[in-house]
Ligand binder design. Structure first.
Ligand code: ADP
Length: 449
């Protein structure tokens, strides 16, 4: 700083000293005149540089800092240094801001910065999608104008923002459930975070429904058994006919519970095994023949059951899973086809893909049920399903096994005419190593029949 005022001061002192030196030689008038002229020149020099500075400040073009002389040289050099420093910090600030915005864009949650009065200051693209916001349009608007749900306003007003709030929001493809969480920051600003929990919400609903369904399915046979036992206790213990009927009933109901528990265990095993199914070499032609015999036993002569094996392909996959899936389709065909009906099991190739098909000319299914048939416990006709020993889980098992083998389940049905269930497998699962692979027990038995 001393350089700033030291130089002009020294100039003035030097000029005064020079005037004092010339005073005795040229007289005081000439000395004073020379001093005034010199001081005027110094003043003009400063006025000139001040005007340069003024012009530059008005244009404010960083690149054109004027070049000065004397103490102005130092002032302008200092300005250049100051500008460079400012530009460097602006650059690092804009880089940091860019980084923050880029992070915000890929951030998996919605983020909205709210000002003192809950007005929108900034938001990331996900917040625009979740809340129907447009940052350009809505910057400065109150968040409650955008999120108009009364629960949200109540949540903001309650001041208890540390607890999350789940909001159901309208989205293009169905409703979306978003978990809102507010985080206070700075003096009175807030950060609004939103996480899409639609999937978890659906999962929770499915879990609740599943538990309700299982309880319901188990309660019915248990009520029957309990009812019989109570009546037995009361009076009829001595009536052999009543006891016989009761034991038969209890046996049916316990079988029903066993079937349900077995199907539940199968489903749970399928759902909890995330890896690929085992790579057995499955003798599908043998399996189809074996299923034909099982179906004949189940039908007890009431249906005509045929098996058409058009390819001798074996499949790479899990013997147990495929046996269970194919078996469910076959037993469904028997159970939903009135006596006298026809059931066909077909193993063939379509294009290059192996396909297992079960055709029946039974009761068929109304088109509105087709999309939901593979849901757990979904039945078209509950009483018919239960009367024939159904658990409502068969097709859910089929669907899981099919998916685990990268297959495709197709259902074609017309009420009163019959149904066609087929599973198409990828040709990469075909194996013809018939001699080297182990033969499933069921298939081995059927080879000779
Ligand atoms: P269920 O144990 O009740 O048979 P599934 O999951 O195997 O359960 O089948 C679901 C529903 O699909 C059945 O309740 C039945 O209404 C219908 N369904 C399945 N297979 C057939 C078929 N071959 N013909 C007519 N309806 C069928």
């Amino acid at each position: 700083m001393t350089r700033l005022w030291g130089r002009p001061l020294w100039t003035v002192i030097l000029l005064c000293a020079a005037a004092l030196v010339v005073w005795p030689i040229f007289g005081h008038t000439a000395a004073l005149f020379a001093l005034v002229i010199a001081l005027l020149i110094v003043l003009l020099h400063h006025i000139y540089h001040l005007s340069l500075l003024h012009t530059w400040l008005r244009q404010s073009r960083a690149a054109d800092v004027p070049v000065g002389s004397g103490s102005w040289e130092y002032i302008f050099a200092y300005l250049v240094r100051l500008l460079k420093r400012q530009r460097a910090s602006e650059f690092s600030l804009s880089k940091a801001l860019g980084r923050f915005e880029r992070a915000g864009e890929v951030f998996p949650e919605a983020v909205v910065l709210l000002g003192d009065n809950d007005q929108i200051v900034w938001c990331n693209p996900r917040a625009e999608t979740y809340f129907g916001l447009r940052l350009k349009r809505d910057r400065g608007a109150q968040i409650t104008y955008i999120l108009r749900q009364p629960q949200f306003s109540a949540y903001l007003q309650s001041g208890k923002i540390s607890k999350p709030l789940s909001l159901r929001l309208m989205a293009n493809a169905g409703d979306r459930v978003v978990l809102i969480q507010m985080v206070p920051y700075g003096n009175s600003q807030k950060l609004l975070l939103g996480r899409d929990i639609t999937y978890w919400e659906r999962l929770e609903t499915t879990r609740r429904d599943f538990i309700a369904n299982v309880s319901h399915e188990l309660r019915t046979p248990l009520t029957v058994v309990q009812g019989f036992l109570e009546t037995l206790e009361d009076s009829h213990a001595s009536d052999p006919q009543f006891v016989e009927r009761g034991i038969k009933l209890m046996s049916e109901q316990t079988q029903r519970m066993t079937r349900l528990v077995n199907d539940l265990l199968t489903l749970s095993r399928l759902e909890s095994t995330s890896g690929a199914p085992s790579h057995d070499k499955v003798n599908v032609p043998g399996l189809v023949q074996s299923l034909q015999h099982e179906a004949q036993a189940l039908s007890a002569g009431r249906h005509t059951i045929s098996a058409e094996i058009k390819t001798d392909d074996w499949l790479l996959g899990s013997v147990d899973e495929l046996q269970s899936a194919f078996g469910n389709l076959v037993s469904n065909a028997v159970r939903y086809t009135p006596p006298g009906g026809k059931i066909e099991l077909i193993w063939e190739r379509e294009d290059s893909n192996p396909v297992f098909t079960v055709k029946d000319n039974g009761i068929g299914i109304e088109p509105q049920h087709l999309a939901r048939l593979t849901e757990r416990f979904y039945r078209v006709d509950k009483s018919r399903s239960r009367e024939t020993g159904g658990t409502g889980l068969g097709l859910a098992i089929v669907k899981h096994v099919t998916n685990r083998h990268q297959g495709q389940l197709k259902i074609d049905s017309s009420p009163g005419k019959g149904s066609v269930f087929s599973i198409t497998f990828p040709d990469t699962r075909i194996t013809n190593a018939r001699k080297s692979g182990p033969m499933p027990v069921a298939a081995a038995n059927s080879q000779n029949t």
